[in-house]
Structures are given as structure tokens and as C-alpha cells.
Design a protein around this ligand. Structure first.
Ligand code: 5AD
Ligand code: SF4
Length: 474
């Protein structure tokens, strides 16, 4: 592993990568001529919205080079953007690599590329070298901006190419990118995480926290708006500590205030908020704002103060509930969602009861529930009192029942109201479209394609738990 610090400035690096795009494009054009057909790629993303965003960057470069994207893995290039937050994310990738091997037997020219969080783990790279030598290119999370260069090198080489960096303080701006939607987009405001929650591998694979400058974020969003985007999702592992590491520090609330002024931008979302860093200033800005959606994802992880301490979360049950109360006082219609882990080492039935208690009191619209997954290298993995599997499963099921029950009650509060909805896509049923309220609630209603990407008023007629059936309203 290398720790690359001495790479050129962002602008120089962007220009360098542009030149590799041109080189790869020339090779690709030649090859397409020889084959007499287009070259294709298939890109699959595992994990979170940060990964989705980084996949868009890789897709943008593949498009520029001249490859045509397809869903089917019988393609000339297959790319996986990997996740390692829980063990099952890794197992999925290994499982699918077996299948890719058989496809490659049929088409030896096929190229396989793996990148992202899982590749930052030394034991994974060792396994790929040993067991999956048919993989052509492996890189991590810190050098994604080098994709064009790595791809070009891969085209020229018969060897397995591996380029993993231990860290970087560089943020390269202005590379081409594809967008999954024309009217909404994720926007990275920071990378990495400094929190070291004791169960979590993210700080090890994503590196130290780095914030983008407000000017770069504003420029990107203005360009997106000029291109038809009206909703942005600001992305970071802990957006509430945005700006602390900048030369001229800026708070997240200040950044939001600057974004509020962007004309043509209608909705601002963000995730994820760490409860320990959520300031009164942010609550105030959210309450006043006309653009920030009244939805907050506020991971609880556990309701037990003892377990929270073991998790290194730096808040306790009381502080969390106080925060929820303050938010609800300032923004009464807020929709709260959360993440909860069940079966952290040493979790007792009493600890688990505390979690159920917070779920009852906080009133989440949705909660994402996870079974604790042991991640090699994290402090929690070394703990001896791992909870037996059957106990964890039983707790998980009880939590899920409560979360669903609460979610249904919370979500149904909008029944009969008319809400503004951004029309996002046609559902599986023809003529039925799916839109999202500012509260992140989905609603299905009859409409037509001309409304895609626009804001319409929809009457929420019937709550189906986590979504509504509705109809267009004047
Ligand atoms: N096991 C289970 N869940 C985890 N998460 C992070 N690390 C682990 C782990 N080791 C969950 C947390 C986090 C979400 C993105 O994933 O709840 O908020
Ligand atoms: Fe992981 Fe904690 Fe950082 Fe979230 S805040 S990415 S849970 S270490």
C-alpha cells in the first residue's frame, strides 16, 4: 500500500485524467472497428448512496470512452463497486465472482474490475490475488479519480493490475459524471469519517474526514440546476461535522444557508447526521428554511447508554431523546428515520429493552435494522462476549415488528392530506407513477410521463404502511 500525498493539484489531475480518457477512447474506437460492434459495460453498485455517487463518476468516464452501458453481465467490461460495512456485502461479491468466472471462460476478452470499500481491506486483496486471478483491475476508495488512467493501463496489460492507496487528502473536482436521474442528484460534501464507532469499518476503508470547499459544492449544484436538477441530497458519513477541517472553517448550517440562495433549487436533503454533532444552529436553519426537506436520518444504533458507550457513539439515551424532543419542538412535522444495530457484543435483554423503549418514544417513520456484523480490525471484533446467533435473531424479529408497527402509525398521519410530490418514475404498473414527498414518503398515483421530474400536488388517499396510494389533486 502507498500513501499518496504528492499528487498534482486538482486542476492538473483533472487534465491528466482527461488525456487518459482520450487515449482509452482511441483504443476503444479501434477495437469497435475491428469487431464491427459496440463495446459494452455492466456496472453494479453495492452499499450506500456515496457508492452510488461514485459509480456515477465511473459510468461517466466509461460513457466518454465510448462504452455502452447494459444491465446484463454478458458484457465486455463488468465493474463492481463494492461495500464492506457488513459481512454479507462481501459474501455477495464473492458469490457473484464465481458466476463472472464462468462468463469469462466463454469470453476470454472480458475485463472484470473491482473497486470501492471492500478493496481497501488487505485480506480481501490477498484473496483476489490468490483465488480470483481472472479479475483484471482492483482499486480502492481513495483513487477513484484515477479511473481513466487505470482503465487505460488495464487495456494495455495482461497482468492483474492492483492500485490501493492507504489514504489521500486530495479531492479532485470536475471529472465527467453520469447521472441516474435528470431531476435529482447526490452531491458529496465530504469524504471519510473520523468517528471510529467501535463496530464500524468505514473510517478504515474511507479514511479521514475531508470536506469539499463551499465554492466547489455551490458550483456543482448551480451546474446541476442549470441542467434540470431541482433536488439535491448532500452526502457525507457525518454531515454535521462538515467544514471543520477546511482552511476557513464553515459549519454545516452555514453551508445550508448558502445553498438556500441557489435559484432554481427546490429541495435540499442530506445524510447522514451523527446525533453527537447535531447543533441547535442546524435545527434553527432547518426550521426557517423553505427548501430543506423536513426529514432527518438520525442513527440511534442502540437505546442503551451502556452499549452506546461501548460503541463509542459519544451520546447516551437521554441526550438522544432530548435531541429528538428539541427537533420536534422546532419542526413539528419532521419525519425521523434511523439505523439500529442488534446484537452488539455484550448486549443484554435489558439493553435491548432500552432500544425498544427509544423506538417507542422517538416515533420513527422508518428504521433500518441491522444484525451486528463482526468486522475484522475494528475494536468490537476483539470483544469476547459476542451474542449467540439465535438470541440476536429473536431480538431482531421483535425489533422489526415494533418498527413496522410504529412506522405504519407514523406514516398514516398524512392520510387524506394533499402533499407536494416530486414525480420520480413510472412504477412497475403502467400508467402508475411514483413520487416522493418532502418527508421521503413514496406515493403511487395515476399520471403520465410528461409529469416526470416535476412537482405536483397529490392527495394521499390510502396508507399502505411505508407508501401511499393517491391521486393528482388541483
Ligand atoms: N454491523 C452491523 N451494522 C453496521 N452498521 C455499520 N457497521 C455495522 C456493523 N459492523 C450499520 C450502522 C450504520 C449503517 C450504515 O450500517 O447502523 O448507521
Ligand atoms: Fe461508521 Fe460511526 Fe463513521 Fe457512521 S459515524 S461511518 S457508523 S464510524
Amino acid at each position: 500500500m502507498i500513501n499518496e500525498k504528492n499528487i498534482p493539484s486538482s486542476q492538473e489531475e483533472t487534465a491528466r485524467q482527461q488525456s487518459f480518457i482520450q487515449l482509452a477512447k482511441a483504443l476503444t474506437e479501434q477495437k469497435m472497428k475491428t469487431l464491427g460492434r459496440p463495446l459494452t459495460y455492466c456496472l453494479t453498485t453495492f452499499g450506500c448512496q456515496m457508492n452510488e455517487k461514485q459509480s456515477e463518476a465511473v459510468a461517466g468516464i466509461m460513457d466518454e470512452i465510448g462504452y455502452v452501458r447494459q444491465e446484463n453481465e454478458e458484457a465486455d467490461v463488468v465493474i463492481y463497486n463494492t461495500c464492506t460495512v457488513r459481512e454479507n456485502a462481501n459474501l455477495k461479491v464473492y458469490g457473484r465472482l464465481g458466476h463472472l468466472h464462468s462468463l469469462k471462460d466463454k469470453n476470454p476478452d472480458m475485463k472484470i474490475i473491482l473497486f470501492g470499500c471492500m478493496m481497501q481491506e488487505a485480506h480481501v486483496v490477498e484473496k483476489i490475488k490468490k483465488t480470483y486471478s481472472f479479475v483484471n483491475l482492483v482499486f480502492g476508495t481513495h483513487n477513484i479519480f484515477k479511473f481513466a488512467e487505470l482503465f487505460y493501463e488495464m487495456l494495455l496489460s495482461d497482468m492483474q493490475l492492483i492500485d490501493i492507496w492507504e489514504g489521500t487528502d486530495q479531492i479532485v473536482e470536475d471529472l465527467p459524471t453520469e447521472r441516474n436521474y435528470t431531476f435529482k442528484s447526490g452531491v458529496n460534501i465530504m469524504f471519510g469519517c473520523n468517528n471510529f464507532c467501535s463496530y464500524c469499518i468505514v473510517p478504515y476503508v474511507r479514511g479521514r474526514e475531508r470536506s469539499r470547499k463551499p465554492e466547489a459544492i455551490i458550483k456543482e449544484i448551480k451546474n446541476l440546476v442549470a441542467d434540470g436538477v431541482s433536488e439535491v441530497m448532500l452526502l457525507g458519513q457525518n454531515v454535521n461535522s462538515y467544514g471543520k477541517t477546511l482552511e476557513t472553517p464553515v459549519t454545516f448550517a452555514q453551508l445550508l444557508t448558502m445553498l438556500e440562495d441557489i435559484e432554481g433549487l427546490r429541495r435540499i436533503r442530506f445524510m447522514t447526521s451523527h446525533p453527537k454533532d447535531l447543533s441547535d444552529e442546524l435545527i434553527e436553519v432547518m426550521a426557517k428554511s423553505k427548501k430543506i426537506c423536513h426529514h432527518l436520518h438520525l442513527p440511534l444504533q442502540s437505546g442503551s447508554s451502556r452499549i452506546l458507550k461501548e460503541m463509542n457513539r459519544r451520546y447516551d439515551k437521554e441526550k438522544y431523546l432530548n435531541l429528538v424532543e428539541n427537533i420536534r419542538t422546532a419542526i413539528p412535522d419532521i419525519s425521523l428515520t434511523t439505523d439500529i444495530i442488534v446484537g452488539f457484543p455484550g448486549e443484554t435483554e435489558e439493553d435491548f429493552q432500552e432500544t425498544l423503549d427509544v423506538v417507542r418514544q422517538a416515533g420513527y417513520d422508518t428504521a433500518f435494522t441491522f444484525i451486528y456484523s463482526k468486522r475484522t480490525g475494528t475494536p468490537a471484533a476483539a470483544k469476547e462476549d459476542q451474542v449467540p446467533e439465535d438470541v440476536v435473531k429473536d431480538r431482531f424479529n421483535r425489533l422489526l415488528t415494533l418498527v413496522q408497527e410504529q412506522g405504519r402509525i407514523r406514516s398514516s398521519r398524512f392520510e387524506g392530506t394533499v402533499q407536494e410530490v416530486l414525480v420520480e418514475e413510472e412504477s412497475k404498473e403502467k400508467g402508475i407513477f411514483t413520487g416522493r414527498t418532502q418527508y421521503n414518503l413514496l406515493v403511487h398515483f395515476p399520471a403520465d410521463e410528461s409529469l416526470l421530474g416535476t412537482y405536483v400536488k397529490v392527495k394521499l388517499e390510502e396508507c399502505k404502511g411505508f407508501y401511499y396510494l393517491g391521486s393528482l389533486s388541483e
